[in-house]
Design a protein. Structure first.
Length: 588
């Protein structure tokens, strides 16, 4: 596909490819000859899905048919409004009616499947290419790769890329490389991203500034500033000049490490290159300062922004509000919120969530609820994050009735609760002994929800154990084992904790051995839990054996275990003679 037919966008640092992001009003030039027959006017854009479908049906009745470019524009417009399944439905109508398709239409269809997180169906479209003698192109496979990454199937995406290269199905261009590298870097595979850069440098497609920016950003997010600086220097030696995105990534990495002198150096370097910091640059700086508690300095940076002609945006104010909330200075946070409104900037859900969280942390639940109610009054809808924040605050303050009311409101108003919301509810119910409510919710979710996260089950098992329902907890644990789920160290430790709380030390020790047999090795928390269990039951010999085992693995007592041990020794000094390691420590 010619590059002129592809629109390459940068959105929040993510490379995206979309064909024909053009207003459908352009269709008017093609339809003007027949508008008398089909009722089209000069602005053939649509306001809702029904309009788009009606427009499609008008188009397919035209004689002659509009060009495939026109159909592409309509479908792309629909995709921009997230009507993915409707695009697929209309595409099937095209096939049924015998309307020919081309690579542009097929790429749009594949993109629709991928945006619906069904890249597997996207692959089925490849047979239509073959049937119609339409050659595959880079956009086809780049779209599929991006779709596979969106489903977090990193291995599959990389395998497809390797297959394309190995079997010479297509020659990867910079956009395809960028898509793969973005997919890897956004999911923490920084070294693989760097390796792909090196592979690219050895081939015919040489990396440009955007590719280098992906690598530098990934290294900076990993805190590997030395490697990022080396890449930056390599880039400069090749005559590739850094841009504002390069400097923003570097400044962000340095701010997170608190290296303020180097930040100043980069600012000076930017100015010397006639490249002035944008609002994103200043927001990175204010965020770094706020994270270190230097909120007043962040406010000074905001004043500097205005002096330099860069207007602070809602993110700037949110960052400073959050900084004050982290310090517990709610009055100052609210002052920033009010300034935001006075400036004519509309607060977003993040603004409200920050204030709500701040009030909840200070136990000012009435204030938090007041802010929560403001959201709807301002014409916004609370997000999942906002609901979760207020629910956590209500449970923390023991306001169970209010929490249930908010949850019911959420069910009727949308958005639909996610697993984080359910985890907050279950955790809250168990905390206040509402086992029946918790189990009722759990049973409903198990029936209707696929792929429940292991963290979700951990909350259930932990809650049951703490409420004396060890048998029920163990039954759920065994069910998970029989289902073949990969159990992690947290869930094993939770069961061990439950056994220890009931004084069932043999069962706890059996669970410790069982987890190792299953390839899940205990950590420092696991050993401290079981050692405390033996200490509380005053089974010192067994405790000493476990203590030697844990120290042999490089683990040590935490504060709670050490406090219990000291108390036991003070009441029974002979215990000290049983632990030669402590004598050794005392002699040092």
């Amino acid at each position: 596909m010619a590059m002129s037919r592809i629109c390459l966008r940068k959105c929040n640092g993510i490379l995206s490819i979309s064909s024909f992001h053009i207003s459908y009003s352009d269709f008017s030039s093609r339809s003007s000859k027949v508008k008398g027959r089909v009722g089209l006017n000069s602005s053939s854009s649509f306001e809702c899905l029904d309009d788009a479908v009606n427009l499609f049906h008008q188009m397919v009745r035209m004689k002659p048919l509009p060009s495939l470019v026109d159909f592409s524009k309509l479908f792309s417009n629909m995709i921009s409004r997230k009507h993915y399944s409707a695009v697929l439905s209309l595409f099937r109508e095209m096939l049924t009616m015998g309307i020919p398709v081309d690579e542009f239409i097929l790429n749009i269809v594949i993109n629709s499947y991928c945006l619906m997180h069904r890249a597997d169906f996207g692959f089925s479209v490849l047979s239509i290419y073959l049937k119609n003698g339409i050659p595959f192109n880079n956009v086809t496979f780049t779209t599929l790769i991006r779709g596979i990454f969106a489903e977090n199937k990193v291995k599959d995406a990389v395998e497809l890329f390797k297959k394309l290269v190995r079997e010479k199905i297509c020659v990867p261009d910079e956009i395809m490389y960028a898509t793969v590298m973005n997919g890897l870097s956004k999911r923490g595979h920084t070294q693989k991203t760097l390796s792909l850069l090196r592979l690219m440098e050895q081939g015919n497609t040489q990396p440009g500034i955007y590719i280098y920016n992906i690598v530098i950003d990934a290294l900076c997010k990993d805190g590997n500033l030395d490697a990022a600086i080396n890449i930056l220097n390599e880039m400069k030696q090749k005559g590739i000049h850094p841009d504002i995105l390069t400097y923003n990534s570097m400044i962000d990495g340095l701010c997170k490490l608190g290296q303020w002198e180097k930040v100043k150096t980069l600012f000076s370097e930017m100015v010397n290159l006639n490249m002035y910091p944008d609002v994103r640059t200043f927001n990175i700086l204010t965020d770094g300062l706020c994270k270190e508690g230097k909120v007043e300095d962040a406010e000074e940076v905001m004043e500097l922004m205005v002096e330099k002609g860069v207007e602070p945006n809602v993110i700037t104010y949110n960052v400073i509000m959050d900084g004050y909330c982290l310090r517990g200075q709610l009055d100052r946070a609210r002052r920033i919120f009010d300034i935001l409104i006075d400036k004519g900037i509309k607060p977003d859900n993040v603004s409200y969530s920050i204030l709500i969280n701040g009030y909840c942390k200070k136990k000012k639940i009435s204030k938090a609820m007041q802010v929560f109610r403001e959201i709807s009054k301002k014409g916004l809808k609370p997000t999942i994050c906002t609901y979760n924040t207020i629910l956590q605050g209500l449970f923390e303050s023991g306001r169970i009735g209010d929490a249930k009311t908010i949850y019911e409101e959420m069910l009727s108003a949308r958005p639909a609760p996610d697993l984080y919301i359910y985890c907050t509810l279950l955790d809250g119910y168990f905390k206040y002994g509402l086992v029946e409510d918790a189990m009722s919710l759990f049973n409903k979710l198990e029936r209707k929800t696929e792929n429940i996260d292991i963290i979700f089950y951990n909350i259930i098992i932990n809650g049951l154990c703490k409420n004396g329902e060890l048998d029920k907890a163990h039954a759920i644990f065994q069910k998970l084992s029989s289902m073949g789920l990969l159990l992690d160290v947290r869930i094993y430790t939770t069961m061990i904790t439950g056994f220890c709380l009931q004084g069932l030390l043999d069962e706890a020790k059996d669970m410790l051995r069982k987890m190792e047999e299953n390839g899940c090795f205990p950590n420092n928390v696991t050993y401290n839990v079981i050692v405390r269990g033996y200490l509380r039951c005053r089974k010192i010999n067994e405790m000493v054996t476990l203590m030697k085992e844990m120290t042999g693995r490089g683990f040590s007592f935490d504060a709670t275990t050490a406090e219990l041990l000291v108390k036991e020794i003070s009441e029974n000094p002979s215990v000290l003679d049983m632990i030669p390691e402590l004598h050794t420590e005392n002699r040092k």
